[in-house]
Design a protein around this ligand. Structure first.
Ligand code: SAJ
Length: 442
């Protein structure tokens, strides 16, 4: 039997009956879909962000985040006066539950998280902690941050005690950019808390919004789980990338090796590619390593393997052009895909950026980029004429496995073009029997 104060009982009841007012703090790629998903579940939700221009943009119905069809869903709630964004901290006074979704980027030396935005957010919350509330932190943070930084900071600023005057938990976000609302409503979730009432209150909320399971643990375990998930993926991708380069050495098709090795019941090799992009995987392994001193870190080595893949892409192109009797500055290059992963318009940390930079450093001057989802070209020229440009390009680098490129056939390319398929989307056999020079990673 939990011993709960009247205030705690009231808060739990409000959450259970979906009468709790929820405020999302930080309206970015996690906060905004979280707000909309909670609205879809029937909660009263509003959003706070310190960035006035972002607030205005959201209130005018334009989503600042790259989620498909998001503007339409957002408009439904804005027009129905069910949701609005604000930069007024007093709006936090009305909230029963505050969900903090601010960014925690790497610091300049890439050795720790920059907790500046999180610190500012929790101070804002603490100043408005006028009664029993539930604070949920979703931002990705290094191990120990809740216990050693977040909870003491709220307690000291508000002069209140966790579990007595306010409730707080850590629930790492697990949503994949591009499919955020679906994943919020369906993924299993973790709750890390230092007291049973905070954990229970968070469970009452999350069990009403996700069809997945909700697991309860302590804060440090939940922090480590989040970092482990993304680091696991990064390390596995690095393994696939190294294996692909080993296969190149042996002139063996890595796609075939991976397909056949994966028929083993306990093997699941990931896909090699031009590098690892996005807002999370290139950063989170470093947060996992915070305060862990070792010379031989598998996780750090994996990071550097993945970071070097764009360079490998350019090396493959340079080897393919060696022996050509015209200068590389005359070779027109078309890069297919500038977003960091397939079928999204998100270009954060996209490998394409480094590929372009390295191509320019190597002397290539005519570089065009096509992407059906975004106009970002990282300083290269943009083209929307896929087939025309394809038929004229001497070198084509397929960098993002957008489904729009699935139907590319050899006859659409210029004769004798170099085709580098970094994501193994094209049908190699079709290309091998033509005059095209098909190469791949692995
Ligand atoms: N990639 C490969 N090979 C693969 C899989 C991915 O090269 O086999 C590349 C992608 O092309 C991309 C990068 O890795 O450049 C990252 O893509 P992703 O799909 O692995 O992940 P994100 O960054 O879009 O989202 C990840 C997800 N984490 C996991 O799958 C463990 C998501 O669930 C998290 O919520 C998200 O990070 C986050 O916000 O932390």
């Amino acid at each position: 039997m939990l011993s709960q104060s009247n205030e705690e009982v009231k808060l739990l009841e409000k959450i259970k009956r979906k009468e709790a007012n929820i405020m999302i703090l930080g309206l970015g790629q996690v906060g905004l879909p979280t707000a909309v998903a909670l609205l879809e579940c029937g909660y009263s939700v509003n959003g706070f962000d310190i960035d006035k221009s972002r607030v205005d943009q959201i209130n005018s119905g334009v989503s600042p985040i790259p989620e498909k069809n998001f503007n339409k869903i957002l408009a439904k709630y804005l027009n129905g006066k069910k949701f609005s964004a604000t930069n007024n901290p007093d709006s936090l006074l009305e909230a029963d539950v505050i969900i903090v979704c601010v960014a925690t980027p790497l610091n300049l030396s890439r050795t720790n998280a920059d907790l500046g935005m999180l610190g500012q957010a929790i101070m804002t919350v603490a100043y408005k902690l006028d009664r029993m509330k539930l604070i949920i932190i979703e931002s990705t943070i290094p191990p120990g941050t809740m216990k050693n930084y977040v909870i003491p900071k709220v307690e000291a600023t508000a002069n209140k005690k966790n579990g007595e005057h306010f409730l707080i938990s850590y629930c790492p976000e697990r949503i994949s950019p591009g499919n955020a609302i679906y994943e919020f409503l369906n993924n299993s979730r973790l709750i890390g808390a230092e007291d049973i009432i905070s954990s229970t209150a968070t469970l009452e909320l999350l069990s009403r919004v996700t069809s997945g399971r909700v697991y309860q643990t302590d804060t440090a375990t939940a922090e480590l789980c989040k970092l482990a998930e993304n680091s696991y993926r990064d390390v596995n991708i690095a393994f696939a990338n190294e294996l692909a380069m080993i296969c190149e050495n042996h002139k063996v098709d890595s796609a075939e090796v991976i397909k056949l090795a994966n028929t083993h019941p306990r093997v699941n090799i990931h896909s090699p590619g031009p590098g690892v992009g996005g807002p999370c995987l290139p950063k989170d392994p470093y947060l996992l390593l915070v305060n862990f001193m070792t010379q031989n870190s598998l996780i750090r080595t994996a990071r550097s393997i993945n970071d070097k893949m764009p360079e490998h892409v350019v090396d493959l192109i340079l080897s393919a052009v060696t022996g050509n009797d015209y200068p590389i500055s005359k070779l027109n290059v078309l890069i297919l895909g500038s977003s960091y992963k397939p079928n999204v318009n998100d270009t954060r940390n996209s490998p394409t950026e480094l590929i372009i930079q390295k191509l320019m450093e190597a002397g290539f001057t005519d570089i065009k980029v096509h992407d059906p989802y975004t106009n970002d070209t990282f300083g290269a020229q943009s083209t929307s004429d896929l087939y025309g440009t394809l038929s004229r390009s001497g070198c084509v680098i397929l960098a993002t496995a957008h489904s729009d490129y699935l139907n590319l056939r050899p006859e659409m390319f210029r004769k004798e073009a170099i085709v580098l398929d970094t994501v193994r989307l094209l049908k190699r056999k079709e290309f091998d029997s033509t005059g095209l020079r098909y190469i791949s990673i692995g």
